[in-house]
Design a protein around this ligand. Structure first.
Ligand SMILES: [Zn+2]
Length: 320
């Protein structure tokens, strides 16, 4: 007996017809894929899942060092397929088909709210999908893992693990896709807090639209943000590296996400202008002025106002 799996909708009406068609096909594939998982590796032929392409026939090669390291893990077992914006490397078609639907959903949603025209960016991103922790750890030793999400964004490519038992899987694809969108359309000069803060914030918002109905759990919070562990904004916004221990990493991600939520609540459009300014070299005070006019008189004023919000339990704000 095959279980029916709901489509990963709702898809925004703004999707163009080819994208809607693609997602609809994938949605149908996902229903089949869930059945495949039950049927213990039933052959994919004829089930309408992602059409597979030989490595040598892909529209673009990935010459990155990490890409080569990934394909060096069990080199004979990788399969390949393409979607409108991604080239996927994977071991099982049904795993890739589900990931592809989510990737295209997040890519569209995140680039659209940041007002970026994705049609101008023709190159595709490579996505490497690992399926077990042994393979992942073999690869992970060669790359710096994003300490919160369990995925890696590197130079416009993603390296992820899709394993139902992996505890941070839920919205990690939305998180890593946000890094990819920021990298593509705003460049590599985004401060760490803003990169992680937006990735957390966007993945939380779009995750609830896409995946909550599937019953995934949100990642656990390791520690609550309080007055005693609050990071002054002068320190948060100038951090160039992740904190050393897991508690501090958790606080860093939470506070960064809340700061993005707080700024977006002032004005979603202002937040995009702020992001644009800061990714093109503005200091915080200047970027705040470009995004929000005279709303804040500088980073110190923002800090005084934000600290109270940051230490409350999470509450979505208007515009969030
Ligand atoms: Zn991240």
């Amino acid at each position: 007996m095959r279980k029916h799996r709901p489509l990963p909708g709702p898809f925004p009406a703004a999707f163009d017809p080819p994208m809607r068609r693609f997602l609809l096909i994938l949605g149908l594939c996902i229903g089949t894929a869930a059945g495949l998982a039950h049927a213990q590796e039933e052959p994919a032929a004829g089930t309408g899942v992602l059409p597979e392409v030989a490595l040598s026939q892909l529209s673009e090669e990935d010459n990155s060092l990490l890409g080569r390291e990934a394909l060096a893990v069990r080199p004979g077992d990788w399969k390949h397929a393409e979607t409108p914006h991604f080239i996927l490397h994977f071991f099982h078609n049904f795993v890739a088909a589900q990931a592809a639907a989510e990737l295209e959903f997040y890519y569209h949603a995140e680039s659209e709210e940041l007002h970026r025209d994705t049609s101008a960016w023709e190159r595709k991103s490579h996505v490497y999908i690992f399926e077990n922790e042994a393979d992942w750890h073999l690869f992970q030793g060669k790359a710096q893992l994003d300490p919160w999400s369990g995925g890696i964004h590197s130079g416009g490519n993603l390296f992820i693990i899709r394993n139902p038992a992996f505890k941070f899987e839920g919205r990690s694809l939305g998180h890593e896709t946000a890094h990819l969108v920021l990298y593509r359309f705003f460049g590599a000069a985004i401060p760490l807090w803003l990169n992680e803060g937006y990735a957390e914030n966007a993945s939380m918002r779009f995750y609830s639209g896409l995946e909550k109905r599937r019953g995934y759990m949100m990642p656990p919070r390791v520690a609550a943000l309080t007055a005693s562990n609050y990071i002054p904004l002068a320190n948060l916004t100038s951090a160039a590296a992740y904190p050393d221990d897991v508690i501090q990493v958790s606080i860093f991600y939470q506070e960064s996400e809340k700061l993005v939520a707080f700024l977006r609540a002032q004005s979603p459009e202002g937040f995009v202008a702020f992001l644009d300014a800061i990714s093109h070299g503005s200091q915080m005070d200047t970027a705040l002025e470009k995004g929000f006019g005279s709303r804040f008189t500088g980073l110190d004023a923002l800090d005084r106002e934000f600290a109270g919000y940051a230490q409350r339990r999470y509450q979505p704000l208007a515009g969030n």
